[in-house]
Ligand binder design. Structure first.
Ligand SMILES: CC(C)(COP(=O)(O)OP(=O)(O)OC[C@H]1O[C@@H](n2cnc3c(N)ncnc32)[C@H](O)[C@@H]1OP(=O)(O)O)[C@@H](O)C(=O)NCCC(=O)NCCS
Length: 152
């Protein structure tokens, strides 16, 4: 069964391990950034650990603001050993259902070449809003937006 829970400080090693397996050096978060997500000093960061049958298989971080009506998916990764099995989609679908009760929209940025992620987001109702030129230094990105109440 696919579940998720709030990340805690002892998840750090797992998060770093999956991060290193999932992103190239340009995109990878540094140790201090992952620790910052976990510390969440302003209460504006949500970090989930994703579990399949109680085994940790991935994590995701979101940014928001106390009174904001939006939320931003900042990073999302599934262990390569568990990809392509529908876990990423199932997790995000559950998460979006929860967020839809609180927020009006969710947005994210994604590399233009990250076809699997773009397809996943589009299958959940995200739309390509604009091209972000050289957002990733060596490549353009898309800003994708999903307005709750549409296509979910
Ligand atoms: C993006 C990511 C989280 C998806 O997780 P996942 O568990 O593998 O995704 P799922 O198995 O749930 O696939 C969901 C959908 O994504 C798309 N997809 C997944 N793998 C794909 C592939 N290799 N090629 C094309 N589409 C793919 C499909 O639309 C699929 O839906 P379908 O099976 O109904 O056709 C995972 O690939 C990952 O961690 N990638 C590296 C990190 C990353 O790029 N994160 C996103 C940053 S914006």
């Amino acid at each position: 069964m696919l579940t998720f829970r709030k990340a805690i400080s002892t998840d750090f090693e797992f998060m770093k391990f999956i991060e290193n397996k999932s992103f190239n050096e340009i995109d990878r978060f540094k140790t201090y950034q992952i620790k910052y997500f976990l510390k969440n000093p302003n209460n504006s960061i949500i970090t989930d650990i994703i579990l399949a049958d109680d085994k940790k298989i991935g994590w995701a971080t979101y940014f928001t603001n106390k009174k904001a009506k939006w939320i931003r998916l900042y990073t999302f990764c599934i262990d390569p050993l568990y990809r392509g099995k529908g876990y990423g989609k199932e997790y995000l679908k559950k998460r979006l259902k929860e967020f839809s009760k609180k927020y009006k929209k969710i947005f994210l940025e994604v590399r233009k070449s990250n076809v699997s992620a773009i397809k996943l987001y589009e299958s959940l109702g995200f739309k390509r809003k604009k091209i972000l030129e050289k957002y990733y230094l060596n490549e353009d990105g898309f800003k994708m937006v999903h307005c709750f109440g549409e296509n979910l």
